[in-house]
Design a protein around this ligand. Structure first.
Ligand code: FE2
Length: 500
């Protein structure tokens, strides 16, 4: 018999890391929490085996007068005392509030929202947040506090939820007098305890908790959830494959534990099925990608390099064959107005010189041109009229048109790409980074570029997509105001961004 912690034994508040919801379906959403009376201790300050029973309730009003479902769910020690509750039987396009209870302790209240019914037209459209890259020691999560106050249907987080670097209390952007930084974090993440505690550190942030509590999130990872610039089984520094696969297994497990994901995404060792598809009424199909786990190694090194024969090798892939087939099949079957692809790295070509020959980012789709062309061939063949790629990774805002021929500005525009800037990675950033003029001149399909911190809001309706680029004055001190630095619109049926 496994030991069971009775909630009565919880002498300290276990809800130190907030609540979250995610992956909304028309009748279901995942509710998440983690019990951690001692969030910076291995094991959360709870018994190392068994489970803690957690009560939950979901209501149609914020004050829980109209409770529509309630129950009890275990927080297993094996899952680091996290709860992943797949609530079923909900109404479509409905807002709900939820909370957990353990012993005398109540969690914060979360708000969530289900997706519209598959055949529903989404009157009035829908609004989505786009987030990425929240390196804890490079800035405050002020962007997340502002995102929490937005009127959104859901949020896409497209990678770098944590970073694997050592965090030194004497360096970085944050003042650790507000929430002390234990010495534990002063080393790189390698094993399961390292990754679990790294999520505890990030999730202790009140702005991150507010952003999760305010909206359901659809999440995917990029590289830093494991290690910078890894490619499939190949680590940045070419560690032995078995060593890196063990690290990846630890990182994937901690990721799943700490995200509002369903059981279907739970990793099996170093493997996890994270790419997945959602219908958002007749308005949109979301194909959320994983461009890390199955990719070929970067050609000619990870940074900006001149492409060569290896770059163009059609055998190289960013998605892996299976995910690529799944994506193209999904295009063919799609009847949605918008085909939205939330994913990690910049999709559109980015030269950094006006000369014909330019170095390109080998870690982004530019380093895998054959893979990108197969996706775009699939878009054309399926007759996808309204393609929108949502990306992160580069810690800047871009608005880009996706071109049939990147070298011919007059060629057909196949869709638009919204690259959302980082929450905190890169410190304050600049409105116009050093290469601002050059990048805009070298890439005529790049309509906008801003190097500050923030997030994007993508609004969709039957007739247009609108991208609002929110920016902050800085993240080195808390409480910076947010403003809309630019707004771009693309008409349904006539893709291409123009300033609004
Ligand atoms: Fe990043």
């Amino acid at each position: 018999m496994t030991p069971q912690t009775t909630p009565r034994a919880l002498t300290d508040n276990p809800f130190t890391l907030g609540v979250a919801s995610g992956d909304p379906l028309p009748d279901s959403v995942v509710l998440w929490t983690r019990l951690a009376p001692l969030p910076y201790e291995v094991g959360n300050g709870l018994p190392a085996d068994g489970a803690v029973d957690v009560q939950w309730e979901l209501a149609s009003d914020e004050s829980f007068r109209q409770v529509v479902q309630r129950g009890t769910v275990p927080a297993p020690a094996a899952d680091n005392h996290t709860v992943h509750l797949d609530v079923r039987g909900l109404a479509p396009a409905a807002t709900y509030w939820y909370r957990f209870r353990a012993g005398q302790w109540f969690s914060p209240v979360g708000r969530t929202r289900t997706a519209p019914a598959p055949d529903a037209s989404v009157t009035g459209g829908a609004r989505f947040g786009l987030l990425s890259c929240q390196q804890y020691d490079e800035g405050y999560y002020t962007a997340l506090a502002h995102l929490a106050a937005e009127d959104l249907d859901a949020v896409f987080f497209v990678g770098d939820y944590i970073y694997e670097n050592a965090i030194n209390a004497q360096a970085g952007a944050r003042n650790y007098t507000d929430r002390p930084l234990p010495d534990f974090f002063a080393h790189w993440t390698w094993n399961l305890d390292d990754y679990r505690l790294r999520y505890a550190l990030g999730k202790s942030d009140p702005d991150l908790q507010a952003a999760h509590a305010a909206h359901p999130w659809y999440v995917t990872w990029d590289d830093h959830e494991v290690e910078n610039n890894y490619a499939g089984d190949i680590s940045q520094n070419n560690d032995p494959v078995d060593v890196f696969r063990a690290r990846r297994a630890a990182a994937y497990r901690a990721y799943w534990e700490n995200m509002p994901l369903r059981e279907a995404c739970r990793p099996n060792g170093p493997d996890a099925l994270l790419y997945r598809r959602f219908q958002y009424g007749r308005l949109a199909q979301f194909d959320i990608l994983d461009t890390r786990q199955y990719r070929s190694d970067q050609a000619y090194g990870d940074g900006w390099q001149y492409p060569g024969p290896e770059t163009d090798d059609p055998a190289r892939t960013l998605t892996g064959d299976e995910q690529e087939r799944w994506l193209l099949d999904g295009f063919r079957a799609s009847t949605a107005r918008w085909n939205v692809i939330p994913q990690q790295v910049a999709f559109s070509r980015r030269k950094n010189t006006t000369a014909d020959r330019s170095t390109l980012s080998m870690d982004a789709w530019d380093g895998y041109p054959a893979s990108r062309e197969r996706v775009l061939a699939g878009v054309r063949q399926a007759g996808i009229a309204n393609l929108a790629v949502l990306s992160g990774d580069v810690h800047v805002h871009y608005a880009m048109d996706i071109k049939e021929d990147w070298d011919d500005p007059g060629s057909r525009t196949l869709g638009v790409e919204v690259v959302g800037t980082s929450v905190s990675s890169g410190f304050d950033g600049d409105e116009r980074p050093d290469d601002w003029n050059l990048m805009l001149a070298a890439n005529p399909h790049m309509k906008y570029y801003d190097g500050r911190r923030g997030y994007a809001v993508v609004s969709l309706d039957d007739t247009h997509l609108q991208a609002d680029y929110r920016t902050l004055t800085g993240v080195l001190t808390p409480g910076a105001p947010v403003s809309t630095a630019a707004r771009f619109v693309s008409e349904a049926g006539a893709p291409g961004f123009s300033a609004a």
